[in-house]
Design a protein around this ligand. Sequence first.
Ligand SMILES: [Fe+2]
Ligand SMILES: [Fe+2]
Length: 159
Amino acid sequence: MTPLTWSDNLAIDHPQMDRTHEEFVALLANAAAALPGADAPLLQAFDELITHTVEHFAQEERWMAATGFAPENCHAFQHQAVLGVMSECAKRAREGADFEPLRLAVDELAIWFPQHAQMMDAALAQHLASVGFDPATGQCATPPQPAEALTGCGGQRCG
Ligand SMILES: [Fe+2]
Ligand SMILES: [Fe+2]
C-alpha cells in the first residue's frame, strides 16, 4: 500500500493543527517503513506514534473544551476509539508477540487519518476561527454560550 505522505491536500488552514498533523504523518510513515522489517523497530515506531497521538488528540480536546463543546462529543469519541485500538494493538504485540493487528493498524490509520482531518479536524478549525480562538492564550474573541454546548463535531455529515 502507498504510504501516506504530507501534502497541501491534508492542510486544514490551522497552522498549529497542520504542524501536529504533519508530525503525525511523518511518525506514521516511520511505522509504515518499518513494516517489512523486524518486530522490535516496528513496535518502537508505533509506540512513538501513540505517544504523539495522545498529545495530538488532547490538544484538540482542550480547544474543544475551551470553545463550547460538551465533553461527550463525537470528535472526542472518535479520538478515544482510535487511541483505544492503537493501544490494544501495541499491547498484543508487546505482551502476546502478536503483530498482525498492529501491522493492519498502520495501513488502516493511513486511510482513516485524511478522512478525520478533512471532516472532524477541519470542522473544529472552522469553529475555532468562528469564535476567534487564540491557541496561544486560550481565549475567544467571541466566547460561546455555555447553554449551547456542542455534542456533534460540526462536520457536515454529523448530526
Ligand atoms: Fe487532528
Ligand atoms: Fe481530531
